[in-house]
Design a protein around this ligand. Sequence first.
Ligand SMILES: *Cc1c(COP(=O)(O)O)cnc(C)c1O
Length: 476
Amino acid sequence: MLSERILGSLIRDKGREGRRGFTLPRNDVDDVEFSAIVPKERLRSEKPGLPEVDEPTVVRHYTNLSRKNQAIDTTFYPLGSCTMKHNPRANEVAAANPGFAGLHPLQPEAQVQGALQVMHELQGFLAEISGLPAVSLQPLAGAQGELTSILMVRKFFEEAGDAGRTTVLVPSTAHGTNPATASMVGYGAKEIGVDEHGGVDVEELREAVDETTAALMITNPNTCGVYERNIREISEILHEAGAFLYMDGANMNANLGRMRPAEAGVDIMHYNLHKTFSTPHGGGGPGCGAIAATDVLAPFRPDPVVEREGEEFRFARPQKSIGRVAGFHGNFGPILRAWNYIKMHGPELRDVTDMAVLNANYVRAKLGGTYRIPYNELCKHEVVVQPPEGKKALDIAKGLIDFGYHPPTIYFPLVVKEAMLIEPTETESKETLDDFIGAMLELAETSNEELQAAPTGAPTRRLDETRAARKLKARW
Ligand SMILES: *Cc1c(COP(=O)(O)O)cnc(C)c1O
């Protein structure tokens, strides 16, 4: 985030009334009376007050801003639970293809057969990877994939005439979006604790499940990077009570080709295509939270899905659809990139998972001994560590900025004090990991006084994070 001083010195003060950096085509449309179309109170009475500047000033402004950011294209970015991995440039070439990029969502199906084929094939890939045959590509983000899934569960119970299901269970290691989803759909969210391995406490779950339970939302691997080893037993407990097992599969780069959710008893799940199958997604988008479900839940999928009839691809409305959850067909860009990414790997897709898990465990092994590892067992794609006694996660994170790294996720998961959640991802080399580990070990030896001064080399020093969160000022 940039201080007002930097923003101001760059552009606000450089504006001069009437200066232009663009040329608009000549207006060849008859003058319209705007107030006839837009209600008067919606019309501006004054100019918006933007700086009026020439093109070089604008270019420098945005280029300088971009250089003040840390990004996956400039540095290692081990942001746990967010999967900031390299996005292959081949994906961008595919996404920029005018044959795709220039499509309009209202074009007739006959003109967009290629795009429909991509969607149809991706539905098939995601069904194959999860073992869950009914896919929808419509949700625009992971959190929306969760929402879609739980809306489908709710509709199932409505159709079944079962009005007594009022609760969704959420383990304390779940992603924060899980309980939020449950309550947005109108369910009460009930928390389930963790056992000594960092997994769901099965006994507590057994106690909590009853005829009011609609579903359990399980993140697997969970936000401690731990695989839920009892997932089968967990699914049986739910199924016996007539409830569903939903899996947050945002981090499927820990499972690809190694674990099929359907075989573990999962009824419905979401993917984060932008994480697992690589779409640049810093700053909140664009994404795709595709879902996959069993045949039982298939009729409730959002409208439309892509079907194949002979050589033709077409949109179809699932029988008892919950309706649309996004405009048109969702975010086509991440869909195309995911298709490309999966095709590029082919049968070796499993290597993604093997490398992600290997890299996380390498970091775990090298930091262990200096950093505390609360669940010191084989982890999956990410590892949670704690700084040495007497040091704070925040200080280590700020220190990493001076080494040129984007800090990992800190103070999350909530079940671990002073947590640092490190996700190296599969796209980083051993040399990069060794450099990062070196920085972490050096910071562990640095005095608290020095650490508390960090970052010293960034465009801004430490921000008042409480004020930033409570009184966010996103415009000037
Ligand atoms: C990232 C993530 C989400 C949310 O995904 P968005 O696309 O940011 O909405 C949900 N669950 C888990 C486990 C995640 O890592």
